[in-house]
Design a protein around this ligand. Structure first.
Ligand SMILES: [Zn+2]
Length: 176
């Protein structure tokens, strides 16, 4: 998560701006547009705030359906190689209507849905939820064979613990 490479920031003051602040990336630089009347302290405060917002926006943008499918293929190659054909999903999508589940899968049409609630979680947790659903394309129930396949993922236990912690705090249930 820690991507603390500080970008070069260029602050541009505008007399036409009253209160609005905006920021965008221009190559290696980040341009922050602020009202001309801002004090030096306000400038510092808003540059920090806009850098954080920009980073969050860029992180969310990385979590697209296409990115999910790319990760699914990586996980299949790494952990489900001999089941590659069975584990191949028809589609993997981020969804908002998950009724309190982290992920779900419909083996009949081979579709996988992942809750937008995990979009901001660490990659290794997203990968666990994704792998869990991919394994369901191979083994539908939570039997020993299922957990054996899921257990090939080295951080499976840790991710389950992480999600249980979040569940306890938010009332979400695990994607079981
Ligand atoms: Zn499950």
């Amino acid at each position: 998560m820690a991507r603390t490479r500080k970008p070069v920031v260029e602050v541009r003051r505008s007399q036409r701006r009253r209160r609005t602040v905006s920021a965008y990336r221009d190559g290696e630089r980040v341009v922050v547009l602020i009202p001309d009347q801002f004090t030096r302290a306000e400038e510092i405060e808003w540059v920090d705030k806009m850098l954080a917002r920009l980073a969050a926006r860029e992180q969310r943008a990385r979590r697209t359906d296409a990115e999910l499918l790319r990760r699914a293929h990586l996980l299949i190659g790494r952990y489900l190689d001999e089941h590659a054909a069975e584990a191949e999903p028809h589609s993997v999508r981020w969804v908002r209507n998950q009724n309190g589940r982290w992920g779900s899968c419909t083996p009949a049409d081979r579709t996988i849905r992942i809750s937008h609630r995990i979009q901001e979680m660490p990659d290794w947790v997203v990968d666990y939820v994704l792998l869990h659903e991919l394994v369901h394309l191979v083994v539908s129930s939570h039997n020993d064979r299922f957990w054996e396949l899921v257990g090939r993922y080295p951080k499976a236990e840790r991710a389950r613990g992480f999600l249980e912690g979040v569940s306890a705090a938010t009332g979400m249930i695990l994607a079981e």
